[in-house]
Ligand binder design. Structure first.
Ligand code: 13P
Length: 232
């Protein structure tokens, strides 16, 4: 089974920069990995040759929701995945809203990429396990055996070079797997995200994860090339 590599391009690229990156990505052999590209809504068209994911969605299919984009509309655009619960949005989205988004995605035949993970404060207070359990169980409430992807991405490790050690990743991933087992959830993949780059990828490679979710490195073709070759 190929490892999954999810590229969360966040709001890093203008349309022109996206076109430039796409050109460089076309030169890279990604056959090693199951690549999912999550561009901004405005850049979907640029990356339409890849498996597409969105970075967020709204749970109602249609209606008077100014500024929102529905899971339904994304599905019609051939977007097959969507990130939900990213730590950069958890100050906007409640656990309840995240669960509604997960269900809306599943109802629209899409796969949610559910981000969970503790903050620095949770870690300092040694309440990571409790926080992860709450985030996970509320996000998947009502999910049966629909395909889901869970990304363990502690916010304190994002965008700052503070990646976890391989041991820390393995411990958390095993804990999440146990939580999923307890709910009889079997149709899932587990990813790690947080400052993955070409300098640390070799040190954190582990069979315990099904893949990686990358941010900054996903918009740098050289990093992307290196990482995708390493994780085969
Ligand atoms: P970085 O890889 O830049 O730390 O971002 C990770 C992330 O937030 C992906 O969703």
């Amino acid at each position: 089974m190929k490892k999954i590599l999810v590229c969360n391009q966040k709001m890093f690229l203008t349309h022109d920069e996206a076109l430039e990156l796409k050109k460089k990505m076309d030169e890279i052999d990604f056959s090693n990995v199951d690549l999912i590209v999550c561009p901004s809504y405005l850049n979907f068209d640029v990356f339409k040759d890849y498996k597409l994911g969105a970075q967020n969605c709204f749970y109602e299919n249609k209606g008077a929701y100014t500024g929102e984009i529905s899971a339904y509309d994304l599905m019609l655009l051939n977007v097959r995945y969507c990130i939900v619960g990213h730590s950069e949005r958890r100050n906007i989205d409640t656990n309840e809203a995240i669960n509604l988004k997960v269900k809306a995605l599943i109802n629209n035949m899409m796969t949610p990429i559910i981000c969970i993970g503790e903050t620095k404060m949770d870690k300092d207070l040694r309440r990571e396990s409790e926080v992860i359990k709450k985030q996970l169980y509320s996000a998947i409430d009502g999910v049966l055996n629909d395909e889901i992807i869970i990304a363990y991405e502690p916010s304190w490790a994002i965008g700052n070079g503070n990646n976890l050690t391989k041991q820390e990743i393995e411990d958390s991933i095993k804990y999440i797997r146990k939580l999923l087992d307890q709910k009889n959830i079997t149709n899932y993949k587990l990813l790690y995200g947080g400052s993955v780059n070409k300098s640390n990828i070799e040190n954190i490679l582990t069979d315990v994860v099904d893949g990686y979710l990358i941010g900054n490195s996903s918009v740098d073709s050289k990093q992307l090339d290196y990482i995708s070759k390493c994780i085969k």
